[in-house]
Design a protein around this ligand. Structure first.
Ligand SMILES: [Zn+2]
Length: 344
């Protein structure tokens, strides 16, 4: 299986994060990639650098305003008097009545939906290269590979067409899905990150050609709070093509895998030409974000269930944070998916 990773993404090293009013070190750290690559290597998988994707791939998902903001925000921010080291908004747009501002401070509050996706000097390069990985994996599948994996940092599923949040910058899963749509009439996205993929949901909410199903911790008491509820089912032509399957935080392997089976039944009924997996690994019981209680065996079962759907599949890395178990979480999932044991 082809695996794509761009080393330049390591320079993206976000620091700022607020949790319950306390300033914390941001969880989306470059060491994640080191641990994930180790998981690939245990299965005899090695990464290659992706070519640069056409800018049209980014523009298929994101607004020109967001792309321009991401590309230049850090340089503009540094010109502010007393600027901090990262772009972190101190005002947020209420978009139902807001007017798009000129100021970089105002634009930060427009394009950043919370404080957990700070932009540093290397963030644009990192999200651009992450998008390149997603497109390269989609292209490998379009060229006939059964599956391909994109080790994307920063992740993407909390970002919509023009707002980034939750450690995410460009929505790499959506970019992969749009790339697959160039050939396939229908594409499905299954998001198994422990957090709801709210950005992906809103990108495709009005559409019948992209089915989005998310299995995640109930957002009534968990990030992203404002989306991911079962009653959000799509709108207009997209009605019925958005499926949220929220689960309690006590969820372990049995309920998680049974719910993924339900999601796959919905995907089979939709009969897509290709599948994107938003592959978060933060449902693991030892993930620091503490959303669910899935074990390595649960990841292995989930990988096997998804492989049994027998669709051309693009695996896009989403969350999964620093713990000694991150390596084995990925090796377990991919081991189940490929029907292969990890070399210890
Ligand atoms: Zn997550």
């Amino acid at each position: 299986m082809k695996c794509y990773y761009a080393k330049e993404t390591e320079a993206h090293d976000p620091q700022f994060r607020l949790t319950n009013g306390a300033l914390m070190r941001n969880a989306e750290q470059a060491e994640r990639a080191t641990l994930l690559i180790e998981g690939l290597n245990q299965l005899g998988l090695y990464t290659e650098e992706p070519p640069e994707a056409p800018r049209a791939c980014l523009e298929a998902v994101h607004t020109p305003q967001l792309l321009a903001f991401l590309e230049s925000a850090w340089e503009e921010w540094q010109k502010l008097p007393g600027a901090g080291a990262e772009v972190v908004p101190n005002a947020f747009a209420q978009k139902s009545w807001a007017t798009y501002p000129d100021s970089i401070v105002g634009r930060a509050g427009w394009h950043l939906g919370d404080t957990s996706a700070p932009i540093g000097p290397h963030s644009w390069t990192a999200t651009r290269r992450a998008a390149d990985c997603a497109v390269a994996a989609a292209d490998a599948v379009l060229d006939g590979e059964r599956a391909a994996y994109a080790l994307t940092r920063p992740p993407g599923h909390h970002s919509d067409a023009e707002t980034c949040a939750g450690h995410c910058l460009m929505n790499v899963s959506a970019i992969a899905a749009e790339r697959l749509r160039n050939k396939h009439d229908r594409v499905a996205i299954l998001d198994i990150d422990v957090h709801h993929g709210n950005g992906t949901q809103w990108i495709f909410y009005d559409r019948e050609d992209v089915l989005f199903i998310s299995v995640h911790t109930d957002p009534h008491r968990y990030y992203p709070f404002f989306a991911g509820h079962a009653h959000e089912t799509g709108r207009g032509a997209g009605e019925g093509f958005n499926v949220n399957l929220p689960l309690p935080p006590t969820t372990g392997d049995d309920n998680w895998c049974a719910t993924i089976s339900d999601a796959l039944a919905g995907i089979r009924a939709f009969d897509p030409g290709a599948l994107v997996i938003s592959l978060g690994l933060d449902a693991h019981e030892n993930d620091p974000l503490k959303g669910m209680k899935v074990t390595f065996d649960g990841f292995r079962q989930a990988g096997a269930l998804i492989a049994a759907a027998d669709l051309p599949t693009v695996l896009v890395q989403e969350g999964g944070y620093l713990s000694p178990d991150l390596t084995t979480s990925l090796a377990s999932f991919l081991g189940g998916f490929l029907g292969r044991d990890a070399r210890a």
